[in-house]
Ligand binder design. Structure first.
Ligand SMILES: Cc1ncc(COP(=O)(O)O)c(C=O)c1O
Length: 457
């Protein structure tokens, strides 16, 4: 084998189709329920929040959905993204494993989130939407949608989780640079935000709360605004499948095939993006790649949550879905991986995990930053704290291969860079970072508030 480091595709190799797991998933999808009636939602309900093209994608069972030309044109600014072999990291670990990573931080906003942001802004513009609302945790999603909305001339309101708003002022400024308006959530702009502030003016916010505010702002706008979600839903995961489709071609260029594919999970979109095309190969072409999702011990929805119907947001305005959940009013500790603090997880991923097609592990914050630093010092890229969870697991796989004397081919998704996360790195380097364990009692309490769903068999 050559000692090639970067495996690059040309603009002509940019995939023309997204991959829809619904066509091949061995587990049938569960219904999405109305938060008030608890009956399956109708397109009418969803159309308050989403344009029709997105709703149709959400329920589609077509295997491949064509990527519109306008979206591909914007993808060409940064796609295909590079795939690299982490040769220096391999050397530092003295491992026989081969470690590859797909670098989604190469997008202008610094993460994979632009892949779905461009598509969602496009379909909203096409459907006549006049403005969009959204939430953001770490600010990666908000930045991506801000740039996408700028390209399609759509005003954007971003509800940013307050703790991240304070930790990451530069992400806010980036969103404003692209033309978005950004508010620290809970805000006094919505009924829900005002009610929370009345109870506790120092409420640090959560993704569940920010989603509720963004949904309320759209739902009460008399049709003027629609809402856009950066993860969890099927159409978002599908837009991210371009990561795995490109990776398949690039692993071919490297003349190898991964034994294990790894990435971090917040709502599940970047993991599904890289993993589902490999899952298709497992299901249809006899491959046996392990697919490993990595979450923080502070918000361990897959490894410690319950697989049941729950609200997607804290104020119970968003649809109810069946997922691994820590309870919709779970407010996680203020760990630096803001994008991994969601109480639930993408329903398709949960069902596949439950059926044994996907593995999951939870890792604590300090050892995650240790891995991030080792990666930065070997490969040069400073990873986003979210992505570093995947790196932790990739390094652990490489060390396990070393202990067992095995050659193992590891592929992980480096979902974003951490150039805006220096406060988190400073905190780690100065020894101030703390580990947070799953607060068992708080979650037990949250789980007593699950919706009582009685579906006819
Ligand atoms: C860089 C990065 N990676 C991963 C995530 C987690 O989201 P998801 O699981 O949808 O990929 C986020 C969320 O904000 C992120 O910013």
């Amino acid at each position: 084998m050559s000692d090639q480091t970067r495996f690059l595709l040309s603009e002509n190799d940019l995939p023309k189709f997204w991959y829809n797991i619904n066509a091949d998933s061995p587990v049938p999808p569960n219904p999405v329920l109305h938060p008030g009636t608890m009956e399956p939602v109708t397109p009418d309900f969803l159309s308050v929040l989403f344009p029709m093209d997105i709703i149709l994608q959400e329920i589609s069972t077509e295997r491949y959905i064509e990527i519109p030309e306008e979206v591909r044109e914007i993808y060409k600014l940064y796609r295909p993204t590079p795939l690299l072999r982490a040769r220096r990291l391999e050397k530092a670990l003295d491992t026989p494993a081969h470690i590859y990573y797909k670098y989604e931080g190469a997008s202008p906003v610094g993460s994979h989130k632009l892949n779905t942001a461009v598509a969602q802004a496009f379909y909203n513009k096409k459907g006549g939407t006049k403005a969009l609302t959204t939430e953001t945790g770490a600010g990666q999603w908000g930045s991506a949608l801000a740039l996408a909305c700028n390209y399609f001339d759509l005003p954007l309101e971003v509800y940013m989780v307050k703790v991240s708003y304070n930790q990451k002022p530069y992400r806010r400024i980036l969103m404003e640079t692209y033309g978005a308006q950004v508010y620290a959530s809970p805000t006094d702009r919505t009924n829900y935000g005002r009610s929370l502030l009345a109870e506790n003016p120092d409420n640090p916010g959560s993704l569940g709360i920010a989603i509720s505010e963004a949904v309320e702002a759209a739902a009460t706008s008399s049709g003027a605004k629609k809402y856009s979600l950066g993860s969890v839903l099927g159409h978002v995961l599908m837009h991210q499948s371009i990561i795995g489709e490109e990776s398949l071609k690039q692993m071919d260029l490297a003349n190898e095939y991964p034994d294990v594919v790894i990435s971090c999970v917040g709502g599940g979109s970047n993991f599904a993006g890289i993993a589902y095309p490999f899952l298709r190969e497992n299901l249809k072409n006899g491959k046996r790649t392990r697919l490993l999702a990595v979450e923080p011990t502070a918000a361990p929805s897959l490894t410690k949550g319950v697989f049941t119907f729950d609200y997607g947001d804290s104020a119970k305005m968003a649809p109810i879905v069946k997922m691994h959940t820590l309870g919709h009013d779970f407010v996680p500790a203020a760990i630096h991986a803001g994008g991994l603090r969601y109480h639930g997880m993408a329903p398709s991923l949960c069902a596949l995990y439950d059926a044994g097609h996907i593995e999951a592990v939870a890792v604590p914050q300090k050892t995650t930053f240790e891995a991030a630093i080792q990666f930065a010092r070997s490969e040069g890229i400073v990873p986003a704290p979210e992505s570093a969870h995947g790196i932790r697991a990739a390094i652990d796989e490489a060390l396990d291969a070393k202990a067992k004397g095995e050659k193992r081919v590891i592929l992980f998704n480096l979902s974003g860079h951490g150039n805006f996360d220096m406060a988190a790195y400073e905190s780690y380097l100065s020894g101030q970072l703390e580990d947070y364990e799953y607060p068992e009692e708080a979650v037990k309490e949250s789980l007593t508030k699950l919706p009582q769903v009685n579906l006819a068999a």
